[in-house]
Design a protein around this ligand. Sequence first.
Ligand SMILES: Nc1ncnc2c1ncn2[C@@H]1O[C@H](COP(=O)(O)OP(=O)(O)OP(=O)(O)O)[C@@H](O)[C@H]1O
Ligand SMILES: [Mg+2]
Ligand SMILES: [Zn+2]
Length: 571
Amino acid sequence: MATRRQRGIPLSSLNPKFLHTNSTSHTWPFSAIAELIDNAYDPDVRAKQFWVDWTRIKGLDCLSFMDNGEGMTRARLYKMLSFGYSDKKAVKDHVPVGIYGNGFKSGSMRLGKDAIVFTKTRDSMSIGLLSQSYLQAVKAQQIMVPILTFRRDGQNLAEDAASLEAILTHSLFSTEKELFSELRAIGAAGPTGTRIIVWKLRTTLSGETEFDFAADKYDIHIRASGSERSRERRAMSPESDWSLRAYCSILYLKPRMQINIRGERVKTQLISKSLAHIANDSYRPAFLTKRIRITFGFNTKSKEHYGIMMYHKNRLIKAYERVSCQRKAERKGIGVIGVIECNFLQPTHNKQDFDDTEQYRKTMHNLSTKLEDYWNEIRYRRKKDDPRCTIPIEDTAKAPDQVWVQCDSCLKWRRLPDGFDCSRLPEKWFCNMNHDPQFRSCMITTAKFMARPHSLFQKELETFNCFYFMISRPLQLEKVEQEKSSLSSLCNHLKQDLEKLSGQIDRGAGPEREEAERKLSKLRLSLARLLVCFVPALNLEHVDVSSEVIDELLDQVLEETIMAVTGHTCF
Ligand SMILES: Nc1ncnc2c1ncn2[C@@H]1O[C@H](COP(=O)(O)OP(=O)(O)OP(=O)(O)O)[C@@H](O)[C@H]1O
Ligand SMILES: [Mg+2]
Ligand SMILES: [Zn+2]
């Protein structure tokens, strides 16, 4: 029975002990954090940005999570704090991760004993408290969730008096002013959004927080126990096992939301695009009508971390899951990563595994066969190309087959010319910097772009690299001269190539001439791409690459490029 002082505080029929029991499904703390990230990502909230921070409030370590999504009305906040309500629907191709109506509760209560939610919609502001400490203190027999709503004029509703008192007494915030200042923090990130603060964080046996906030000030690590063995184990395990930043970088197959950890944006990885020797395969499980795409490739960073990256509705469920051929003594498929989106399987409640069904087992079996085929094929090709080579494929240095960059404004992924030197990319990259004019706007959708393969000539590529380097960072004066001269010599080479090919066409005959013609038109086309990169007003469609006029034009532009670039970096 609620006491008189608790009258008006929403109740559930569950015992408070359930909060802890329910949270134990998260055996790994990052899976709890992922629940909170998913909620902001889902199509009902559609946040563009998400922030994870460590703060200390009144001497206590806290984790804070904030998004600039839709926020919640009072009714929705009540559902968020209750169990089992989930009515998320797909919006176009954006399919929700949330299905069970439990993630927030299990996730937040795994991280700490207490959580407070601040949320703002276009016309309301509400606060809700989900706190094990509070329920213990008032000896509650049922879970109670104090909820408070402010009207637009900042006045709270009369029926919320008991909730307000509970929040001020049992949360970290003891005055209305302090509550408002948290609500204002949401305002700084957008007109609407949600901010969650979790405190009384879980600790290790030695009494320290399970997260290590000191190891890297731009990251949150899972604390390693001091023992030699545990340090060795960490060195062997993928970074995403213990670094929140690394985990968030692969959490979504196609990222839609920017995640920031302790003030630094997480550079998301397009995992299937960061591999070497990529091969796409597909298969149709007997229980499905549709074929499923699988991407295989070699990990370009470490050959020790391999296996299947299994996603479900765009969200990572299992990482580096080795299939049977990778576990056998003969060690096949070393360094091979597979990427698959298994929407046809059912994730377990903590979203870290799939239900162990017949379908799951069949899928894993098929994946093993496919991966082994890929491994054999790559080794066979390599033997054929270089019969004397004795270094195993997994031991050779590899670079990703494709180069992708994410726009800092619209977050779309854009493909750069193969072989592009990423170290020359500026710290921030936007669609309007794209060398390809067809995709030089945030308005253009990625699907069209993804489908387009393109490659460049070596020299043209070097010119790009050079160009980017010059515009992307302030160079020291001696560096400017150096870059300027290499850019100008590259441009000269390109001009000479044009002349040489034209000469060959004039003099040559038969297949030789045809070959030269083909090369020339290809060079002109890719030079035209380069050209529009330097002259943004120009549109590729306006460039007539079939005529000689273009050579003249290109000549001039290459000249001007050098001028423009040097002008650009002179400060
Ligand atoms: N950051 C947020 N912004 C707005 N609404 C949210 C936010 N987080 C949660 N919600 C709301 O709270 C509800 C409950 O979230 P919860 O994570 O517990 O369940 P779910 O996402 O529906 O399903 P699942 O258990 O699979 O995660 C959501 O359905 C959503 O309506
Ligand atoms: Mg959820
Ligand atoms: Zn963009």
